[in-house]
Design a protein around this ligand. Structure first.
Ligand code: XMP
Length: 513
């Protein structure tokens, strides 16, 4: 069994970050709800436990509290922020509201340089805090190993029982030595090897896929995006020609999209690839449609119809493969009875035919996005695919405001190609979440040479984001913006004005429709 660290989620916005940091130490980690029983935990055979932070106060009436017996499993435990308070309160200490909330950067002074979490680190460390409560009485058998100006108990430990707790957040970038501290916990204290690598994962996943699928056939809807592409490459490695990939040209793809997919998956990987050019059908269905939701519905419905026909043609498949990722399957915790913490809008889940009775194969469902990219490179996929920015399923249709016509598609496709080219040349493409062009239905007056023009407007959108849920606009250098505007106006027939979208999300969305 893969060595693993289990993270109990008390609702912190950083829980997934903890899991990712642990995996960056080449140790596998999973997230479970805080109320998992000690018995269920034992069955996971964790090498160590981490109690995440969370928004609650341990002394509040509805505070989320773990099974008390988890501290008696004999497994090392690290409490972080709220996790520290849980540990303190359960093990005989006392937690009370602090006089001052500690939020943001703080200086941590290590007072016990023999502590296994801090040995050989500088005596003064910069750390990131975010808490209002603090320990006022130490739990039994614990000692303080580090302090901040506000708290004498910023890091505590009970070495005999291998229990450790930190008031600050080691997982965030604002705690520069945080990774080092977490690495010490997983390697030195829990004794984990560096066994979690994408090279090892390929073998594990290939074996698991073969076990699940046996001699049956699998179909996969290939979109050209990172997730379905990596899933395809992995499945192909595992089961070769038992896999059929179906790639639907929905008429609203970016320029050269279908060429890249056919080249990479068909010719290079020699996968069984069914290319379905349904562009006419989609564009006919979209004729005269201007409402964004209707566009999305039409594209979604047409896709299912086309996919169903293609799947039948592919022969009798028992399995449908999907590129579901770990963040989509982690069970959210409704902390303090607040169900809004559970609302997760996700565009990619559940889009495929329900009446087709497939069993699912989801070979990426324990991976984070950065791991999927690494796996893609490991499997030999080109950087052009692995480092792709997200692209919406309804494609350019939701970036053409108003009716989607062949003429407008041509305009946007051309502008989009220029944006991608320039962003890649300058390296910005790889640094940010998304950058693209939007075609507005507005025409305005301009002059080109001696001629008066009356043409369309392109809006440029460039955003940075962690997960697409919130986003901020990117302050691209003026020289790059200038070049984009010049090229688009000079090269794209039908456009005479370029604007920059400087809206964050919320209140805006990333896509315009
Ligand atoms: P919004 O516009 O909701 O977008 O702020 C958030 C992220 O989701 C992408 N997006 C989609 N992805 N199918 C997808 O696979 C869709 O229908 C879809 N709509 C939006 C969007 O590009 C952004 O990254």
């Amino acid at each position: 069994m893969q060595e693993q660290i289990v993270i109990l989620d008390f609702g912190s916005q950083y829980t997934q970050v903890i899991a990712r940091r642990i995996r960056e130490c080449n140790v596998y980690s999973v997230i479970v709800p805080y109320d998992i029983t000690a018995e269920q935990l034992s069955a996971l055979a964790p090498k160590g436990l981490i109690l995440s932070g969370g928004p609650a106060s341990v002394y509040a009436r509805n505070a989320p509290l773990p099974d008390r017996a988890i501290f008696d499993l004999g497994v090392p435990v690290l409490g972080i922020c709220y996790g520290l308070q849980v540990m303190a309160q359960f093990l005989g200490g006392k937690v009370e509201p602090g006089r001052k909330r500690e939020f943001g950067k703080a200086k941590l002074r290590v007072v016990d340089s023999f502590s296994p979490l801090f040995a050989n680190l500088p005596e003064i460390l910069q750390v990131w805090n975010s808490h209002g409560d603090k320990i006022t009485k130490m739990p039994h058998g614990f000692k303080s190993v580090a302090a901040t100006e506000n708290s004498d108990y910023a890091a505590i430990e009970n070495l005999d029982r291998k229990l450790f707790a930190l008031q600050f957040h080691p997982e965030v970038a604002h705690t520069p030595q945080g990774r080092e501290i977490l690495a010490r916990f997983v390697h030195n204290i829990c004794g984990c090897q560096k066994s979690w690598t994408m090279r090892n994962y390929v073998d594990i996943a290939v074996e698991a896929i073969r076990q699940q699928v046996g001699k049956e056939r699998v179909i996969l809807g290939l979109s050209g995006g990172v997730d379905s592409s990596v899933a395809a490459a992995l499945l192909h490695k595992a089961i070769g020609r038992q896999l059929t990939c179906i790639f639907v040209n929905n008429g609203v793809l970016r320029g050269r999209e279908e060429c890249v997919v056919r080249e990479v998956f068909g010719r290079h990987f020699k996968m069984k690839l069914q290319y379905v050019d349904a562009s006419k059908r989609f564009l006919t269905a979209l004729r005269r449609v201007t409402d964004p939701e209707r566009k999305r519905k039409i594209i979604g419905r047409t896709f299912i119809e086309v996919f169903e026909t293609a799947a039948k043609r592919a022969g009798k498949a028992k399995f449908l493969a999907q590129g579901t990722l770990y963040p989509d399957v982690i069970e959210s915790v409704p902390i303090g009875g607040n169900p809004s913490a559970m609302i997760k809008s996700h565009h990619n889940v559940g889009g495929l035919p329900k009446k087709m009775r497939f069993q699912l194969v989801e070979p990426l469902k324990c991976l984070f996005k950065d791991e999927v990219r690494e796996l893609g490179l490991e499997l030999g996929l080109p950087r052009e695919i692995v480092l792709r920015q997200p692209f919406p399923g309804p494609g350019l249709a939701v970036r053409i405001l108003g009716e989607v016509t062949p003429d407008r598609l041509q305009i946007l496709r051309h502008a989009d190609t220029i944006v991608v080219e320039e962003m890649k040349t300058t390296g910005w493409y790889y640094k940010i979440w998304q950058s693209f062009a939007v075609l507005l239905p507005v025409r305005s007056v301009g002059v080109m040479g001696d001629e008066r023009t009356y043409d369309y407007t392109i809006a440029l959108r460039a955003v940075e984001s962690q997960d697409g849920m919130t986003a901020d606009w990117v302050k691209l250098p003026p020289e790059l913006l200038e070049r984009l505007a010049n090229r688009i106006i000079n090269e794209v027939k039908g456009v005479n004005r370029v604007c920059l979208d400087i809206t964050s999300k919320p209140p805006g969305t990333i896509e315009w429709e």
